[in-house]
Design a protein around this ligand. Structure first.
Ligand code: GLU
Length: 486
């Protein structure tokens, strides 16, 4: 088998199993691969590792691809876009795995194993009882040709195992962790093809990586223990293994692998919760030490520029939801309004905003709300201010004295409004100053009263931004109905 697809160009792959949504830990792996491909002028391949038929689902394939696209990660070859090294789903490559495993059998580097699951379990227990590390004892290695043929003829189910060479040292220079080595004697003969005909993870990955000309394997460091097995398989096939880069996994604040118990983990969930792809990308690379999370925000092209495989930090990446939210709020403030409109589009649709306002008005309201929103969901109350008349709650102005003051403030302000043609920012500031002086109320009390009357809540964007957007007519209407309630 020749490793000829790469022609000296970098080829990396992201190889998710479509057994669930795209976890942000896996998204980070995809991102590192994408950044490396872009940085080095190489190609990114998307390969679906769907050998676990019971757990793999089409809807997860779609969701994973959709989440990757949303993050801005594009692949050059994959199940949807095709490519010369396909097919890109492992279930479509079964014959290849079988054929190559049989080649290894012919070369004496692999063998059929007829041990049943029960026998293996029994022997595993015995090993544990005797304080030995559990692992296959190599029993079927020494079957004679006649025994093998007889078992085959009897239709006995079998797996294909790799004959792990003894007394070898398997070492590699990991691009992130540095030199790593394993003695081959700690690895027992592992399965290449299961009794149901499916390839094992290690075999399918090696066959695919080799056939697809993968030059760099960038993946989570939970795979480090698989790497010596994979290197041995390359050696058995007379091939040079790729360069490996194992990055640390994302952990929860308790130091355990990030999982649902820590909150949201799926990219799609962050998306639904109003996080921007820009924020997730920046946060995920920041978590790997590629950019300074507290530093200036960057777009994808700047991140590509900053990316170095060897700069990915070795230390565990602890997920900090608050920090991500803080970064999200920064992007919400700093992105061009046109990008914000694009990101908000599906939300606006579901809030009924697009039916009510034209694009210009929508853009103005986004500009008005972006200083306060931490996520896109934070724009809903801002749009509501302009869509719905405020509902005054009974406890808004509590004491009779407060109500008296509120009446003064609102009446003075309403009177002043009547006299102007248009309530733009400047006019609003001028009128507010006069009304404050006349009512003898300053600062907080004044503005809070006005805010409650105009918006029905006690928080939100600055009034100086809200008032001109409401416009004189609506402001007068709201002041009038607030005064009626007092
Ligand atoms: N399907 C494997 C996973 O999701 C891929 C591992 C690899 O990159 O080799 O963990």
């Amino acid at each position: 088998m020749k490793n000829s697809v790469s022609n000296g160009r970098v080829r990396v792959r992201f190889a998710p199993s479509p057994t669930g949504s795209l976890h942000i830990g896996n998204a980070r792996t995809a991102l590192f691969n994408y950044l490396y491909a872009k940085k080095s002028g190489g190609k990114l391949i998307l390969r679906l590792e769907d050998t676990d038929k019971a757990r793999s689902e089409k809807r997860f394939e779609h969701e994973i691809m959709e989440s990757l696209r949303w993050l801005g990660i594009q692949w050059d070859e994959g199940p949807d876009v095709g490519g010369d090294a396909g097919p890109y789903r492992q279930t479509q490559r079964v014959t290849l795995y079988q054929m190559l495993a049989e080649e290894l059998i012919h070369e004496g580097k692999a063998y059929p194993c007829f041990c049943t699951a029960e026998e293996l379990e029994l022997r595993r227990k015995e090993q544990l009882e005797r304080g030995l590390p559990p692992g296959y004892d190599g029993r079927c290695r020494s079957l004679t040709e006649a025994e093998r043929s007889r078992f085959m003829a009897e239709g006995k189910p079998f797996t294909i195992r790799f004959k792990v060479p003894s007394d070898q040292v398997v070492s590699f220079e990991d691009a992130i962790h540095g030199f790593i080595s394993f003695p081959s004697n700690t690895i027992s003969d592992f399965i290449l093809i299961r009794s149901n005909g499916m390839a094992s993870y290690n075999w399918a990955v090696v066959v695919d990586d080799a056939k697809m000309g993968i030059t760099h394997v960038i993946r989570g460091d939970d795979h480090i223990s698989n790497t010596p097995k994979q290197i041995l398989l390359y050696r058995a096939m007379g091939l040079v293994p790729p360069i490996y880069a194992h990055h640390p996994l994302i952990l929860g604040p308790d130091g355990r692998r990030l999982s649902k118990r820590h909150g949201a983990t799926a990219v799609s969930q962050f998306r639904r919760e109003g996080y921007l792809p820009e924020s997730l990308v920046f946060y995920l690379v920041g978590l790997g030490g590629i950019v300074a999370s507290d530093g200036p925000l960057k777009g994808m092209s700047e991140i590509i520029e900053a990316f170095e495989l060897s700069h990915i930090s070795k230390g565990a990446a602890i997920f900090d939801h608050k920090k991500l939210t803080w970064i999200n709020a920064r992007y919400i403030r700093e992105l061009p309004l046109s990008s914000m409109e694009r990101h908000l589009a599906p939300f606006l649709e579901s809030w009924g905003v697009t039916k009510r306002f034209n694009q210009e008005k929508i853009r103005q309201i986004i500009a008005c709300g972006r200083g306060n929103a931490q996520t896109l969901l934070g724009f809903e109350p801002v749009f509501r201010i302009f869509m719905d008349s405020p509902v005054f709650k009974d406890n808004f102005f509590l004491t009779p004295e407060e109500r008296e003051t509120a009446r003064d403030i609102l009446e003075f302000f309403a009177d002043l409004c009547k006299q102007v043609v248009q309530l733009d920012e400047e006019e609003y500031i001028r009128l507010a100053k006069i009304a404050m002086r006349k009512s003898g109320q300053r600062g907080r009390r004044f503005f809070m009263t006005l805010r409650k009357a105009l918006t029905g809540t006690d928080h939100g964007p600055e009034l100086v931004k809200i008032v001109p957007l409401l416009g004189k007519g609506e402001v007068m209407k709201r002041l009038k109905s607030a005064l009626e309630k007092l």
